[in-house]
Ligand binder design. Structure first.
Ligand code: HAM
Length: 417
């Protein structure tokens, strides 16, 4: 026997039992996005590697070691499966001149690819819903993005998600801070782990993001970016906080929040939960005023965020009862019954019901077993007698009600009632 072929590690199938919660998530998210005036954009999954190197940053985990990159065998181009959506979204907006018409509120959804070590909540193919406000530079735009998140958690019925915010200031302020931080790290070089020593001169802010318990005291005592902030960024941050508070959304300021992508400036934020173990960040984002120019556009401000769909689905599935999705399973037997059963099934579908027709024949008893296993709320049973009389037998499968033989014309009302 040959070995069976399995999916690639860290890349998941979404099975039919999971689809109701995914569909519910997607419906709620689309409704929520419309209410804030966002329009959908779809970008290719494959882009030139250069796009991600230029935007996410050369010295980041994603670009250094997590991208699925390969060479196009015909022309030698370096291509990469997108590890995130912001870079592609900005690329598409610029390529099609969308900003010519003023600010754009855009959203996208789909799979992203990162070659990380898989564990619960961390996959190599995962899904994001991303939201990008292009051409909007004010604190009000940041605050709206944050307040939007709070509403979505309510719409999805999720609590236990809390908000952390920080500001990274202007790029000049960050350079000043960077110099101070490197000096501090150099003074404590003996206490740094290997990763931190490597990062110290290439991307020192990321040292603050280390999860190594032995490094926490050192990180806790490190100089704070807040102390190097420029006046304008401070004012901006104050305004974001004021507007978020005004909307009744709680948050904590986390001065260590630096994010793993290089394009951010000023406001950054993460929504985190303690209900999922180590991979608790369900949504993250911030302002990225330099990115549009970096990708070749006229300078314009922007901000956005993306959420991890698998993580939110895990939160939703934890509390939800599985909903019956099938209304009717049609069971039939007899020479005249077949055509009648087909007509009844189509008629119920005309009325908007979800109907599964029994295929493959068999005794009434074996068909009823299938009906039970289908999860349907009702079985509709048709024999030759029923066919002749334009009737059907309605049997509730999930509640203690008697079955009843009724006219086909009354069937719909009884099921819906
Ligand atoms: P990110 O923090 O890299 O930001 O990813 C956003 C979210 O995607 C994370 O908070 C997490 O929920 C989910 N996520 C990331 N990696 C994985 C993984 N390996 N498995 C499962 N879920 C994952 C971005 O991607 C930015 N583009 C967000 C943004 C949009 N900033 C501005 N606009």
């Amino acid at each position: 026997m040959s070995d069976s072929i399995q999916a690639i590690r860290g890349m998941n199938d979404m099975l039919p039992d999971e689809s109701p919660v995914w569909e519910r998530f997607e419906a709620i998210v689309q409704d929520w996005l419309r209410r804030y005036g966002y329009r959908q954009i779809r970008m290719p999954i494959l882009e030139r590697t250069e796009l991600f190197v230029r935007s996410i940053g050369e010295v980041t985990d994603i670009v250094e070691k997590e991208m699925y990159t390969f060479t196009d065998r015909l022309n030698g181009d370096s291509l990469t499966l997108r590890p995130e959506g912001t870079a592609s979204c900005v690329r598409a907006a610029l390529q099609h001149n969308l900003l010519y018409n003023g600010p754009q509120r855009l959203w996208y959804a789909g799979p992203m690819f990162r070659h990380e070590r898989p564990q619960k909540g961390r996959y190599r193919q995962f899904h994001q819903v991303g939201v990008e406000a292009l051409g909007l530079g004010g604190a009000d735009a940041d605050a709206e993005l944050i307040v939007m998140g709070a509403r979505l958690w309510r719409d999805l019925g999720l609590d236990r998600i809390s908000l952390e915010i920080n500001t990274l200031g202007s790029s000049e302020a960050r350079l000043r801070y960077r110099a101070r931080l490197v000096q501090y790290l150099e003074r404590h070089i003996d206490a740094l782990d290997e990763d931190a020593r490597r990062r110290m001169h290439t991307n020192p802010l990321r040292v603050l993001d280390s999860k190594n318990p032995q490094m926490q005291a050192l990180i806790g005592a490190a100089p704070r970016l807040l102390d190097d902030l420029d006046e304008e960024s401070l004012q901006h941050f104050e305004n974001v906080q004021r507007l978020v508070r005004l909307s009744g959304v709680n948050f904590t300021i986390n001065p260590r929040l630096v994010r793993g992508l290089d394009y951010y400036n000023r406001t950054v934020f993460e929504w985190v939960t303690d209900a999922l173990g180590a991979q608790g960040t369900v949504c993250a984002g911030g302002r990225y005023d330099g990115l549009i120019e970096q990708i070749g556009g006229k300078p314009a401000p922007a901000a956005g965020f993306a959420m991890g769909v698998e993580r939110l689905i895990a939160l939703m599935a934890g509390g939800a009862m599985p909903q019956p999705w099938l209304d009717v399973y049609v069971v039939w037997s007899g020479s005249q019954a077949e055509a009648h059963a087909w007509r009844v099934a189509e008629r119920l579908r005309d009325g908007g019901l979800n109907v599964s027709m029994h295929h493959g024949g068999g005794s009434f008893k074996s068909q009823m077993k299938r009906a039970d296993g289908s999860g349907a709320r009702f079985a509709v049973i048709v024999g030759d007698d029923e066919a002749q009389a334009e009737e059907a037998t309605l049997k509730p499968l999930r509640e203690q009600r008697e079955q009843a033989r009724v006219r086909v014309t009354d069937l719909m009302a009884l099921i819906k009632g």
